[in-house]
Design a binder for this molecule. Structure first.
Ligand code: SF4
Length: 313
């Protein structure tokens, strides 16, 4: 436990909020922005149907409206988050679709428009592994001289069959190449992982931590698979239902998963949190906050903590 540098009191894993407070000396909130990007898995250059689970409405907050320019979205987001959390520093988070999928000049204009706000201390950019040219990495490295920069990459799974099932339209070699190049530019990277895919057993998911532990990642976001309205997965699930994680089952599973992660990772997320209006299944009664509290209890009672059983292979 003592080797977990960002484990908030009572937590058995490194939390992002604790990391941000250590880094900035106060609470920092992310403001989600929509830069009106598209995605190569939607516009036909890689695929046209999108990933099986994708519905962008499920991860865009109401203030990140593409009808407004970045400055207006940022103002609205900051106003909302100041009122709700009393935060004074913010990270501009380009979240919806593939936020590096545009000429680098356009990206620089949008990113710097957000960074111009005096309360913004950092930039977070979410994208796919096949949308990461070296000139974009150079830009992020350059911005990183003055701001906190976090590149989020959708890994989703380290299993080729799962990537095909999800219709990701890229393979593992592409993921590894993107991560290696981002590391070469010294950029802090988050890896997104989906847990509960029907193409992987629980044992295979746990085993994948060995591969995850040797990737050049600083942060992780763990998502339990959710069925979201108006997606290809909703249709698939309706035609061929398959087991999804129950609340207690996911609690027990993710506690073990975290125990197998190396102790340096910082966890930005341990559960998905799509709005109820979009969610078909699994429907849990508990909030994300309740889940996080239950996870602490579970890890404490089972004497599990991040890094306890970490391996690398
Ligand atoms: S890469 Fe992201 S935006 Fe593109 S289809 Fe997949 S989930 Fe949707």
């Amino acid at each position: 436990m003592s080797s977990l540098p960002f484990a908030r009191c009572g937590f058995h894993y490194n939390t992002y909020s604790c990391y941000l407070e250590e880094r900035f000396g106060e609470r920092v909130q992310r403001v989600s922005l929509d830069g009106a990007f598209t995605c190569p898995n939607r516009d036909g250059s890689r695929g046209s149907g999108g990933c099986i689970y994708c519905n962008n409405l499920s991860f865009s907050p109401p203030y990140a409206s593409v009808k407004q320019d970045i400055s207006k979205q940022l103002e609205a987001g900051i106003r909302f988050l100041k009122g709700r959390f009393g935060a004074h520093k913010f990270i501009a988070f380009f979240q919806s679709r593939s936020n590096t999928y545009a000429p680098v000049k356009k990206l620089e204009r949008l990113y710097r428009q957000a960074l111009d706000h005096p309360d913004v201390v950092g930039l977070a950019v979410s994208t796919r592994p096949d949308c990461l040219e070296n000139d974009v990495l150079e830009l992020l490295k350059d911005i990183g001289r003055d701001y906190d920069v976090n590149l989020e990459i959708g890994i989703e799974s380290l299993n080729e069959a799962s990537l095909r099932w999800m219709n990701r339209c890229h393979d593992l070699a592409c993921t590894r190449d993107a991560l290696d190049r981002a590391a070469a530019y010294g950029i802090d990277v988050t890896g997104h992982m989906i847990l509960g895919l029907p193409t992987e057993t629980r044992e295979e998911m746990l085993e994948s931590t060995g591969k995850l532990n040797i990737l050049p990642l600083k942060f992780l976001k763990l998502h339990h698979l959710q069925i979201i309205r108006d997606t290809a997965l909703a249709k698939y699930y309706s035609d061929k239902p398959f087991p999804l994680f129950g609340y207690e089952e996911y609690l027990a599973f993710v506690a073990e998963f975290i125990a197998q992660l190396r102790s340096e990772f910082i966890l930005q997320r341990v559960i998905s949190s799509s709005p109820d209006s979009c969610l078909i299944a699994p429907k849990w009664r508990h909030s994300t906050t309740a889940f996080v509290m239950d996870l602490q209890k579970q890890m404490r009672e089972r004497e599990l903590y991040q890094g306890l059983c970490a391996n690398a292979k």
